[in-house]
Design a protein around this ligand. Structure first.
Ligand SMILES: [Zn+2]
Length: 380
């Protein structure tokens, strides 16, 4: 057996649509992936490595605990065969989500036609029921396929940048905040959070759990807890699958299926999503549910659950120029209503609480946009 033979491959980390050159090796535990630099190798256990094709190139994806991680490997066919031939039987079977018989039955059976009919006649309840049945891997795929275009829209033509180099103190502080908030959340998969270097005050969660905070959210916040309150609200949209609910509700199911099957033909899915991300499409009910999650997650993290109200007040007090302020927040009566609702939900929580970040972490987060890097926005 040629164990130990190194072969070159392209690795997609599931976050960025740009491949990294890596070296692969068959080890007894699975496929060892060595990245450049001083990072420890990644090992895909054979059971998690799914072989999509052997020719013209070997293509693999990874499914962990029945969730498509988004990771991909592309390897030259002959090199792959010579290095991995002894192990081919060890590779996992089937595609992501297949283990869930009910979901598949729902989507492949004749049920789909009646389902489509039902929501076109308008049963908002259906979006709520259906969204959780869409396999998470589909939602991830969909999110990734539209992400570049959605980001490009916020860049207004110019390439929009992401704040903070990987492993920088600012990014580490953001990741710490995400981890502390996520600890209390029932997430289908970990969320990924980035700060977008734009002047618009906004935040959104793409399908698949990729959350974007815009730079002014951090700049304008009076405390790390205010940022965390907004972030926790967006995590709430992920928990509730609101992007997917919105898509279904907007009647874009057929486009969704096209996108999942790899056929993103028109800009319609993107248009629907961009409308949602710019904030006008979520219902008041979606928003108050996300606010409720914000309160829960902040409470769970030991921080003050009222923090998000700091943001609501700031936005309610001024800022009319921006077309897209934190979902549908620009309308004042609604904002006042939400502030009251948050106060009520948080009534028994102690005032103040423990700040979500230490003083030095907050300082690092404040500086996150001192460095930027390119976003996966599409080049036009
Ligand atoms: Zn929202």
């Amino acid at each position: 057996m040629d164990q130990g033979m190194d072969i070159p491959a392209r690795y997609f980390d599931g976050v960025r649509p740009v491949p990294q050159p890596v070296m692969l090796r068959a080890v007894p535990q699975g496929v060892e992936i060595r990245l450049s630099g001083e990072v420890p190798p990644i090992v895909w256990p054979f059971a998690e490595a799914r072989l999509d094709s052997l020719k013209p190139e070997a293509r693999l994806h990874r499914v962990s605990r029945n969730i498509d991680t988004g990771e991909r490997l592309v390897v030259e066919a002959e090199a792959f065969a010579s290095a991995f031939a002894p192990y081919l039987k060890a590779f996992g079977k089937g595609r992501a989500g297949e283990a869930s018989g009910l979901r598949i039955a729902l989507w492949t059976g004749g049920a789909i036609a009646s389902v489509v009919f039902l929501f076109f006649v308008g049963l908002p309840l259906l979006a709520r029921v259906l969204a959780p049945l869409v396999p998470w891997s589909w939602e991830t795929t969909l999110g990734k396929s539209v992400e570049p275009q959605v980001l490009e829209m916020f860049g207004k033509g110019s390439a929009v940048q992401l704040c903070g180099e990987e492993n920088s103190p600012g990014k580490a502080a953001l990741d710490a905040m995400v981890a502390r908030l996520s600890a209390g959340a029932k997430l289908p998969a970990p969320v990924k959070v980035e700060v977008l270097d734009t002047a618009i005050t906004n935040a959104f969660a793409l399908p698949g759990g990729h959350i974007y905070l815009f730079r002014p959210i951090i700049e304008k916040a009076g405390s790390p807890d205010e940022v965390a309150g907004v972030l926790a609200h967006e995590i709430g949209h992920v928990v509730h699958r609101d992007a997917m609910r919105g898509l279904i509700h907007d009647g874009a199911l057929s486009l969704l299926i096209g996108a999942v099957l790899g056929d993103v033909t028109g800009g319609s899915t993107v248009t629907v999503l961009a409308k949602m991300m710019a904030g006008s499409a979520y219902s008041r009910e979606n928003e108050s549910e996300a606010d409720r999650v914000s309160v829960d997650l902040m409470r769970h993290a030991g921080a003050d659950p009222r923090a998000i109200n700091g943001f609501f007040r700031r936005l309610g007090a001024g800022e009319k120029s921006s077309p897209s302020i934190l979902d549908a927040l620009s309308s004042h009566p609604v904002t006042a209503e939400r502030i009251t609702a948050v106060e009520k939900l948080a009534a028994d929580a102690p005032q103040g609480g423990k700040p979500i970040l230490s003083a030095s972490e907050w300082q690092a987060l404040r500086g996150i946009c001192n460095q930027t890097r390119p976003s996966p926005a599409a080049k036009s």
